[in-house]
Design a protein around this ligand. Structure first.
Ligand SMILES: *Cc1c(COP(=O)(O)O)cnc(C)c1O
Length: 393
């Protein structure tokens, strides 16, 4: 099928919920993708932050292929070794506790919200403080939690019990705590919100506040998790452990998987019958998750992220110096980079795509650059050359 035939099918049969780029991607490998006409692109935002290992990582492909022929799905009433092993890997790489598996980031956050509600139930506390410009997913509870009015339009009445305050403002959180508050929920780096990095004092202050007031500190690491920031999970950059952490996106390198991770003290609150999902943590997706952890360890990808971080930001700051009238700031951690512009970014994203580079723009003026963890300096060079050429009309 050519692009207009494919596009015709979408127009007729697929709900128009997404702004779609007129490009049908049909094949991919690492940081490269090809469209239906055979044109190659360098993908510096692979799979909307899902393909952290790059597309079709051989270890993941092998694990998934093998697992499809063994056993793909079982009911969660039975045990499977792979779910247990993936839970162990997540815990050994984060903090002591237990894991619940979901199928997406929004569902992971739903689980975290339900856990907080159960925790607060005996003391009649249910309010959760969330941040402006946050993004937690598209279910009713998650759009209620999200601090961006645009995701809520037309869906009222929303779920009650969420209070939103400015990000990186500790006193705003303190002031919002009432005798109904049960949790504080945030992304350590806001992804959709424009790559806004939490300050160290802020997270440390939140931790202390949560301890004093018996609140749960919930970190949404759906986008920042799995090595993106140079640590397996972003909270490790700060030395501040959450009580609950949510994961999804690159956890399964392309298969739908999410996870709620709860610390030992609260990890048995959601007891039998309190929460469930049919597809959660199937042998198939857990095989992909295990392969993802193994690839990160064996290919020393965290080391690569730290090396590329220095290189990427040196280059981005070089661009900023050269184009001070276009680039306002380059910010981020590891290889989760945002380039805030003085102008709107969509046109630049389009020009970059025409030149063979895929990136993203969020909040209208912030380019999002999140290459695979194993990206090479040569690929960064090529991407930045294409980006520079796209800055100019
Ligand atoms: C993408 C994202 C979500 C939602 O994940 P889905 O899998 O789309 O439901 C939640 N939180 C953050 C931080 C995200 O980046």
């Amino acid at each position: 099928m050519n692009i207009s035939e494919i596009s015709g099918l979408y127009d007729k049969y697929v709900m128009p919920t997404y702004t779609r780029v007129p490009l049908a991607l049909s094949k991919a490998k690492g940081a490269r993708v090809w469209d239906s006409e055979g044109k190659e692109y360098l993908d510096f935002f692979p799979g909307w932050a899902v393909s952290g290992l790059g597309h079709c990582h051989p270890r993941v492909v092998k694990a998934v292929k093998a697992q499809t022929g063994r056993i793909m799905h079982i009911s969660n009433n039975y045990l499977n070794e792979l779910q247990g092993r993936l839970a162990e890997l997540i815990i050994k790489n984060s903090f002591d506790g237990k894991v619940f598996f979901s199928n997406s980031g929004a569902e992971a956050n739903e689980g975290a919200i339900k856990l907080a509600r159960r925790y607060g139930n005996p003391t009649k506390r249910y309010e959760i403080i969330t941040m402006e410009k946050s993004f937690h997913g598209r279910t009713m509870a998650c759009i209620s939690a999200t601090g961006q009015p645009k995701v809520k339009v037309g869906f009222e009445p929303l779920l009650e019990g969420f209070v939103t305050v400015p990000f990186n403002d500790l006193s705003a959180v303190s002031a919002a705590v009432t005798n109904k508050t049960i949790a504080v929920m945030l992304e350590p780096i806001q992804g959709e919100g424009g790559i806004n990095v939490a300050k160290k004092e802020y997270l440390e202050g939140l931790k202390k506040l949560c301890e004093e007031k018996d609140l749960l500190l919930i970190m949404d690491e759906v986008q920042t998790g799995m090595g993106r920031t140079g640590e397996m999970f972003c909270f490790k950059n700060y030395g501040v452990k959450p009580d609950v952490m949510t994961l999804a996106k690159s956890l399964g390198s392309g298969v739908p998987i999410g996870a709620v991770v709860a610390s030992r003290r609260i990890c048995d609150i959601l007891g039998p019958g309190s929460h469930a999902t049919t597809f959660g943590g199937s042998p198939l997706v857990c095989a992909a998750g295990i392969a993802t952890f193994e690839a990160i360890a064996e290919e020393k990808l965290l080391d690569n992220v730290r090396i590329i971080n220095k290189y990427l930001f040196a280059r981005l700051n070089g661009l900023k110096k050269k184009y001070p009238e276009i680039i306002k700031e380059a910010r981020g951690l590891g290889i989760m980079a945002g380039v805030e512009l003085f102008i709107e970014g969509d046109e630049i994203v389009t020009r970059a795509r025409e030149k063979g580079l895929l990136i993203n723009c969020t909040q209208k003026n912030t380019l999002r650059i999140m290459p695979p963890l194993g990206v090479k300096k040569g690929q960064v060079n090529r991407a930045l050359k294409l980006l520079e050429a796209s800055l100019k009309k």
